[in-house]
Design a binder for this molecule. Structure first.
Ligand code: MN
Length: 161
């Protein structure tokens, strides 16, 4: 790998690093966008390391995909604050907090309504494709009040027209 120094730019951007918005045309089991207002920047992707470090940022009110997979994540919150669903728990997270996401653990990040949330995510370069919850799995999660409140910005399939 080549020696590289990439100067940081304002607004959590870096020289030579592309900003990739996620297309919001992928829908979950109930027809809702699976993520909202999120961008990905791949900061490091060197085959010799076997891992990648990405920077994800959600605008205020945005959220990442609710998903699980075989591969693990090591996450450091980088800016702002929001909430994180991790397994059966919902927690507040803010800048500099560390989040370990083991294999097959449901996870989702949400920015607060009025502030962005950015995090660094370390992941294996070779990894399996994330699974999304089925309608049944989503319904099961929503029997827990904390998870239901966390998922509330999504329309409730039981009450939406
Ligand atoms: Mn993931």
């Amino acid at each position: 790998m080549d020696p590289i120094i990439r100067p940081a730019n304002p607004d959590f951007r870096w020289d030579g690093v592309g900003v990739h918005p996620y297309k919001e045309d992928q829908l979950d089991a109930e027809g809702r966008p699976i993520f909202r207002a999120i961008t990905r920047q791949t900061l490091f992707s060197e085959p010799v390391l076997g891992c990648e470090l990405r920077y994800f940022e959600m605008a205020a009110g945005g959220y990442s995909t609710l998903e699980r997979h075989e591969h693990a994540h090591a996450v450091m919150i980088f800016r702002g604050h929001g909430k994180c669903l991790l397994g059966g728990e919902v927690r507040d997270v803010g800048a500099n907090d560390l989040v370990t996401i083991p294999a097959w653990t449901w996870h989702q990040f949400r920015a607060e309504a009025d502030v962005p949330l950015g995090f660094l995510c370390m992941v294996n370069a070779q990894r399996d494709k994330p699974q999304l919850p089925t309608a049944d799995e989503l319904a099961t999660m929503q029997t827990d009040p904390a998870l239901a409140a966390f998922l509330a910005p999504l329309p409730n399939p039981a009450t939406s027209p």
